[in-house]
Write a protein that binds this ligand. Sequence first.
Ligand code: UTP
Length: 274
Amino acid sequence: MIKKCLFPAAGYGTRFLPATKATPKEMLPILTKPLIQYGVEEAVDAGITTMAIVSGRGKRAIEDHFDISYELEHQIKGGSKETLLTEIRSLIEQCTFSYTRQIEMKGLGHAILTGETLIGNEPFAVVLADDLCQHDEKGVLEQMTEVYEKYQCSVVAIEEIPMDQTHKYGVIAGKLVDNTDDTYRITDMVEKPDPKEAPSNLAIIGRYILTPDIFDILRETKAGKGGEIQITDALLEQAKQGKVIAYKFKGKRFDCGSVDGFVEATNWFYDKMK
Ligand code: UTP
């Protein structure tokens, strides 16, 4: 069973400057809820209540968000606005939140390794909050925990992308493992390849379940594409042993790390609310 979820949230969010100069990207709201809260809710829906957050300089607003604000609560108590805090209060009651800081932003793989101190020696989920996932019946992380229970190895969520977008993602090659077309055993993976070098159009999105041997692999992983320590490179080591499943998730994903995806998500959630 997966009990802990890691949120790498130390990145600079340069695509959203100047908004992210003093505000964490993860705190940008889609309607009234910050991105990271959607991620925590998805983890809770998957039965996970221990949240581990890798933060960095200028990210303190995340800690304050998952805490009580006595003054504010006192102000709105008994009024019509009190219900606006119901969801976040419920998360605070159900979950524990712990934090560690990534001192140097050396890439997603390095951020995940920084989280080892909060995770320990057990399989864990990873959510990149800027990939906002939505499914009305079953959240993507819940779908993935079911895949993990079946295969007992690392699981990455994938989706089909247009071939001219491969340079933005980790891209996999894999063999279908059952009659449906939703699970593949990964045979190769490349970080941000040019379309000509991409092994397929199946891209990894910001949801992972990782077995804890990934930490030892990450310790040995050298900087790769973009001079960053890449989780894709570490996962390739597990994949060589046949130990990574790619799962084509059901639902929608919005790339809220980009302005286009952020606007698309805002419009979609606004239409849904009306
Ligand atoms: P991104 O590359 O999408 O985020 O990293 P970024 O670097 O913050 O954004 P841009 O590209 O400059 O606009 C994917 C995830 O990995 C985290 C980010 O916070 C994001 O959730 N990350 C990335 C870290 O925690 N540490 C790093 O060193 C790099």
